[in-house]
Design a protein around this ligand. Structure first.
Ligand code: IPE
Ligand code: IPE
Ligand code: MG
Length: 249
């Protein structure tokens, strides 16, 4: 099933989001330190980006660090931040050459200075690229994102730029950090856990959810193609009945 020939190239999602989970368990199985798993996970990120480009996917969002992850042991948090800086330094040239635009969601201000600086430089360098938008969720909390949008809506009203009865889903979505990014059609979480872990709570309202037992460091091109084949078998009904979907096809 993991052959690209089995995919309907007319039905490739525009936006795929990933909860990259299982680096720690993957490393433990190999008798290695958790950071060894995170480093291997970077290779999966590269593979997924490459596959997305090959298939013409326009947006990838990767959950790389949640606000909850700060509570992990210091050594792991520091290692993850270091890995982020190294990955950007190693990959930004190729990303740029391949037309990848880097964006972030989450509280970037709360990251260590060197991470912030390298992210900002990479974002500004790649800002005009149009082939693939790579969104890294870093120091991200969906609840926090929604609360900030509520505060922004309140400010618009206070400044007489919006009436309360004008607030609708589109305007609210435009106050989220994901403004200008279409909602994901597909969310993939690796490593067996079936939960959302405070990721994109607004944006995932009608997303297809796919949970796979594969640990993130083992999730490469074949696994991505298999996940897309699974997605393509699903009928997205958006509240309608099946017959209505069939007639619009
Ligand atoms: C995901 O892998 C990476 C991050 C959360 C940064 P984990 O580190 O959560 O791996 P497990 O879940 O402990 O195996
Ligand atoms: C979710 O993974 C966050 C990221 C992938 C960055 P976790 O491993 O932190 O999730 P929980 O805590 O097990 O739900
Ligand atoms: Mg985990």
């Amino acid at each position: 099933m993991s052959n690209i020939k089995n995919l309907d190239l007319q039905n490739i999602p525009r936006h795929v989001a990933f909860i990259m989970d299982g680096n720690g368990r993957w490393a433990k199985q190999k008798g290695q330190h958790r950071l060894f798993g995170h480093a291997a996970g970077v290779e999966s990120v590269k593979s997924v980006i490459q596959t997305a480009r090959e298939l013409g996917i326009s947006y990838l969002t990767l959950y790389a660090f949640s606000t909850e992850n700060w509570a992990r042991p210091n050594e792991e948090v520091e290692g993850l931040m270091q890995l982020l800086v190294e990955a950007i330094a190693n990959e930004v040239d190729e990303m740029h050459a391949n037309g990848v635009r880097l964006l972030t969601i989450g509280d970037i201000q709360g990251l260590p200075g060197n991470c912030r600086d390298s992210l900002r430089a990479a974002m500004s360098r790649t800002k005009d690229n149009t082939d693939l938008t790579l969104v890294l969720a870093l120091n991200y909390s969906a609840r926090q994102e929604i609360l900030s949008a509520v505060v922004s809506a309140h400010e618009l009203m206070k400044d007489n730029k919006m009436e309360i009865n004008e607030l609708n889903e589109d305007i609210f979505a435009s106050l989220l950090q994901t403004k200008d990014i279409p909602d994901p059609e597909l969310l993939i979480r690796t490593s067996g856990e079936c939960r959302i872990s405070n990721f994109l709570l607004w944006q995932l309202s009608y997303t297809e959810l796919l949970f796979t037992d594969t640990h993130w460091p083992d999730f490469r091109r074949d696994a991505f193609i298999a996940a897309l084949a699974d997605f393509q078998k699903r009928e997205r009904r958006f509240g309608l009945v099946s017959e209505q979907i069939q007639t619009t096809k």
